[in-house]
Design a protein around this ligand. Structure first.
Ligand code: PBG
Length: 332
């Protein structure tokens, strides 16, 4: 592969590393503010934010707080936010009808951001777990997660999000056939420009633990999500899923979690060359924050190095809870 043989002393790699200027000049990958998508947890009401114990530095925001933070994010140059609702437990149900209520928390938040910070790209999560009484991502019957019925519910949910003004829909449910059904419904309803970023390769992962605290699903969820999320041992399957979702109309794809799955990011980018994103999920964030707070890891350098890894693995962007901190740092 490399015709040039690097032999010492003609070749000394340290020459290019000698000064900061030379290192910058020969750097292959860079992290910029344009690579960031900021996931935000939202809650009803007004007033104080609610800190999430397992995610230091992250809190559930009310819509008015969210709009202020979104304005700050836009000011810093962050291109997108991604909304995750903490649904009032009274609004969770077996049928999940709150998911497609045009006035639900997410849809109100989308409208509020679009009204006040119109240039901010608003991305949503399309999955039923914030709305089900059992905390699973789909409709359940006799202990089984129903595929096709869930897809119909997700399509209704997606259309209300598009109506509310969402720019990018993020189906994170891992049901089969959802991208195609969603795309046709969006086209039929006139939402030709609403994009879909498919969580194509989403693994059944222990790293989602703190997120489930944040959205109030942790106490409800019994068992796991292994009948729909991917087996952590699989790699070829991720390529088949990405191929399938692209065929069905996905505009971009996502790999999730991030850091333990950078091999998948690289394979997807090499194979398809499409806009490829990864999600540095709650457990990765908690793990890094835990070490940072204990004084075992430099916070700024740790955050930047963890994210640069995604760029090196071929990602075009990263969903990260560090987004605001990174953007502030990059601006300095
Ligand atoms: C739910 C969803 C999850 C995350 C994003 N959307 C959790 C899950 O699948 O159980 C996880 C994000 C994170 O851990 O930061 N559809």
């Amino acid at each position: 592969m490399y015709p040039i043989q690097a032999t010492y002393p003609a070749t000394r790699f340290r020459r290019n590393r000698r000064t900061d200027a030379l290192r910058r000049l020969t750097q292959e990958n860079v992290l910029t503010v344009n690579d960031l998508i900021w996931p935000v947890f939202i809650k009803d009401g007004t007033g104080d934010e609610t800190p999430i114990a397992s995610m230091p530095g992250v809190a559930r925001q009310t819509i008015d707080g969210l709009v202020r933070r979104a304005a700050e994010a836009a000011e810093l140059g962050i291109p997108a936010v991604c909304l995750f609702p903490y649904t009032d437990p009274a609004q969770r149900s077996e049928e999940c009808d709150e998911a497609w209520n045009p006035e639900n928390l997410t849809n109100r938040a989308i409208r509020a951001i679009k009204a006040e910070v119109p240039d901010m790209t608003v991305m949503t999560d399309v999955a039923l777990d914030p709305y089900t009484s059992h905390g699973q991502d789909g409709l359940m019957k006799d202990g089984m997660i129903l595929n096709d019925e869930t897809v119909e519910a997700l399509v209704r949910m997606a259309v209300t999000q598009a109506e509310a003004g969402a720019d990018v829909l993020g189906p994170s449910d891992m049901m089969d056939g959802r991208i195609g059904r969603m795309r046709s419904a969006l086209e039929a309803a006139g939402f030709h420009s609403t994009a879909i970023m498919s969580y194509s390769a989403k693994y059944a992962s222990v790293f989602y633990g703190p997120f489930r605290d944040a959205v109030g699903a942790a106490g409800r969820l019994k068992g796991d999500k292994k009948t729909y999320q991917m087996n952590a041992g699989n790699s070829d399957e991720a390529l088949r899923l990405v191929a399938r979702d692209l065929t069905e109309g996905a505009d971009s794809v996502m790999i999730k979690p991030g850091m333990p799955y950078l091999d998948i990011c690289r394979r997807v980018k090499d194979e398809f060359g499409v806009p490829t994103f990864a999600y540095q999920v709650s457990g990765e964030y908690a793990m890094l924050q835990g070490a940072m707070q204990a004084g075992w890891l430099d916070p700024v350098a740790g955050m930047l190095e963890s994210l640069l890894g995604f760029k090196r693995a071929g990602c075009d962007g990263i969903l990260t809870y560090f987004a605001l901190d990174v953007a502030r740092h990059l601006k300095r």
